[in-house]
Design a binder for this molecule. Structure first.
Ligand SMILES: Cc1cc2nc3c(=O)[nH]c(=O)nc-3n(C[C@H](O)[C@H](O)[C@H](O)COP(=O)(O)OP(=O)(O)OC[C@H]3O[C@@H](n4cnc5c(N)ncnc54)[C@H](O)[C@@H]3O)c2cc1C
Length: 399
């Protein structure tokens, strides 16, 4: 019996057919990130819209084709297999998470100005929270300030790792608006159009040797006397921490869903190659070390799938699933890195070349253990909640 309802599997089969026809054959061309790649991407996005496969992360009332988290998890076992497919289907990070938060908390005017063009794929956005000077793991330390001046916010600050800021139309900026409030009421999220005076995308920060372009950048951004109307406040004043949880919860599980696709692709490459390649009198598949890698990977991937379905089902049911999402985030990030690494090792030197997607997958995967909260912080969240529950005399029930 499958983990997903038959109608979800039918939808996934449509995505698979599209990936085979349009995405895999064009991966190398898109990966060159030049002008031709941009043109090609636009063409493929057009095909995805025509095929009714556009924006599966948000529901039809927000302009998408989504049916909830479990549905999206199911599709991502296919979409996640290629790093570029999220762009082709209009559900790329960080826009997907930003769309989610705008859909949940935006005013009608904000939805019209920011959400509608975002989901339509006419513009991109970025999420500007992390700062080079302070530990991003602890947002109570953030320094970017937003000060009220009449009907305007004046924002000053210095951010980095604002993914996709190069060429984006607007940012959701996390700024400290009331430094004297209790720590988790100090921050406000503000929608800042990128062409506002004082917004400077300083540079894409090269990450593991990759500078990127447009969507694939991680930028340093300065905000100097940036004035936007108070009407650009997302949620309420002081709500940034609450919204960050809402923004990052879905964002994190979206990441993990894509990793499921990456893990499975690496696993398949490892198994096929292990059967093909021969050394010391027989195929690599006959060596116990390789068999251990295959068995461990199979067990860990299935565990990640089950944890994802569990968390996705709970979010669909209205829960924030804080423990489930944190647990999944650190566990799956580790499995992702391990499975890709084993697959590279089985391929020997070929695993480091661009003859397979493994080297690029490995480069992208390493960040998984850091972005949207490092492993250690998620372990802390999980352990604290469980231990508090024991301290309160409730113990812990695996639901
Ligand atoms: C590829 C990528 C994309 C990103 N995209 C975005 C984006 O779009 N927008 C954005 O705002 N940010 C983004 N980030 C930033 C990311 O969210 C931060 O890097 C992350 O929150 C950690 O913050 P930091 O880098 O300042 O590390 P720090 O907070 O300085 O932590 C450094 C290390 O300290 C350790 N540590 C921290 N706390 C604890 C603890 N309690 N116990 C034990 N050890 C601990 C961890 O090992 C951690 O890796 C991105 C990062 C990457 C790598």
């Amino acid at each position: 019996m499958s983990l997903f309802p038959p109608e979800y599997l039918d939808a996934r089969a449509r995505y698979r057919a599209f990936m085979e026809e349009h995405v895999y054959p064009n991966e190398a061309a898109i990966g060159r990130e030049d002008d031709d790649a941009q043109t090609l991407l636009e063409e493929l996005r057009g095909h995805a819209r025509e095929a009714g496969l556009w924006a599966p992360h948000v529901p039809p009332e927000a302009g998408g084709t989504g049916l909830g988290f479990l549905y999206y998890a199911c599709l991502n076992e296919e979409i996640g297999r290629s790093a570029y497919a999220q762009l082709v289907f209009g559900c790329q990070a960080p826009d997907a998470g930003n769309a989610e938060i705008l859909h949940l908390f935006g005013t009608e005017d904000q939805k019209e100005r920011f959400l509608r063009p975002l989901v339509a794929g006419d513009v991109r956005s970025f999420f500007s929270m992390t700062e080079p000077e302070v530990a991003g793991s602890d947002p109570t330390l953030l320094r970017t300030r937003a000060v009220r001046d009449g009907d305007e916010w004046v924002v000053d600050g210095h951010k980095w790792f604002s993914s996709g800021a190069d060429g984006a139309a607007f940012a959701i900026v996390f700024a400290i608006s009331d430094p004297d409030a209790e720590p988790h009421r100090r921050g406000t999220m503000i929608l800042v159009p990128a062409d506002t005076a004082g917004v400077e995308v300083v540079r894409p920060v090269p990450v593991m040797g990759h500078t990127g372009r447009g969507w694939s950048t991680h930028c340093e951004v300065r905000y100097t006397g940036v004035r936007v109307p108070v009407a650009n406040t997302l949620g309420g004043e002081g709500d940034a921490f609450r919204l960050a949880q809402k923004r990052l919860g879905p964002g994190r599980i979206h990441h993990v869903m894509r990793w499921l696709g990456q893990m499975q692709r690496a696993f398949e490459l490892m198994c096929r190659y292990a059967n093909e390649r021969e050394a010391f009198g027989g195929p690599l598949a006959g060596k116990q070390t390789v068999q251990n890698w295959v068995a461990d990977s199979a067990a860990e991937i299935q565990a990640c799938r089950l944890l994802t379905m569990d968390a996705a089902g709970k979010i669909d049911g209205g829960s924030e699933a804080r423990v489930e999402v944190s647990l999944l985030k650190f566990y799956a990030a580790r499995v992702l890195c391990d499975v890709i690494d084993r697959a590279i090792q089985v391929h020997g030197a070929r695993g480091l070349t661009d003859e397979t997607p493994l080297a690029a997958m490995s480069m992208m995967a390493r960040g998984a253990r850091i972005y949207d909260g490092p492993d250690e912080v998620h372990r802390m969240v999980v352990a604290r909640r469980i231990l508090r529950s024991f301290a309160d005399g409730d113990g812990w029930t695996f639901s």
